[in-house]
Write a new protein. Structure first.
Length: 228
């Protein structure tokens, strides 16, 4: 029993030493090295491995309010869209708590400034209702995105657990450089894929638009800083 206990103590000591060593190495690494993005330009995200991403913001529809026939048509249309895509897609749902303080202040200001007594009463009751609703549960804002990738060799890198840990401890900080000619060629490929996505989703009654540079930067900033 003493031998087994001693072996466990040695194993635990080695584990905690390795964990401390890994944390120290990660602390010394620049945060910039852990972000896989090297540049954002012309509405395209360039990753350090040389692959590209284009992000489309997609509106939503109230599926439950549609009739049974309309729901079936929407599902069949979405199925046809997925089957028509000969490249990988990523559908992202971003859910964040909505700060409505500014909105409520605007409603209160309108209620105070209006001379119509009926409008003033309705605005005050509406503001009170929203405040009570927000006190009961968090009001969330949801946004939907479709991420379109383009890999230079159309073969995404596959990494297991060991490779992922190695990448965290010793990340590859040297991005693959793209010439202007290469960038324009790959961007045209992305645009062709985006047109296919446009055509497939517009038929479902959705609105789609590509994010611009500043919108992409703000999106990634919020993703890497969820508390801000």
């Amino acid at each position: 029993m003493r031998v087994e206990r001693g072996m466990w103590i040695v194993a635990l000591n080695n584990y905690f030493r390795l964990s401390t060593f890994s944390i120290q190495i990660m602390a010394n690494q620049s945060t910039e090295n852990l972000v896989p993005i090297t540049d954002i330009r012309e509405g395209v995200v360039i990753l350090k491995n040389g692959s590209l991403r284009m992000i489309l913001e997609v509106s939503s529809i109230n599926f439950e309010l549609r009739s049974a026939d309309e729901q079936i048509a929407i599902l069949q249309g979405f199925q046809r869209f997925l089957n028509s895509a000969d490249f990988p897609l990523q559908i992202v749902v971003s859910s964040r708590e909505l700060n409505i303080d500014t909105y409520l202040k605007t409603v209160d200001q309108v209620a105070e400034s209006t001379e119509n007594e009926l409008m003033k009463i309705q605005a005050s009751e509406y503001s009170r209702f929203v405040k009570e609703l927000s006190s009961l549960s968090n009001i969330m804002s949801k946004k939907f995105y479709v991420v379109i990738p383009f890999y230079i060799f159309e073969k995404p890198e596959v990494s297991g657990l060991i490779q992922s840990l190695k990448g965290i401890i010793n990340p590859k900080v040297v991005p693959k450089e793209l010439t202007d000619e290469q960038f324009n060629t790959y961007k045209n490929q992305l645009l062709q894929r985006a047109e296919l996505v446009y055509g497939g989703l517009i038929g479902l009654g959705l609105k789609i638009r590509a994010l611009e540079d500043e919108e992409l930067k703000n999106l990634y900033y919020r993703l890497y800083n969820p508390e801000k």
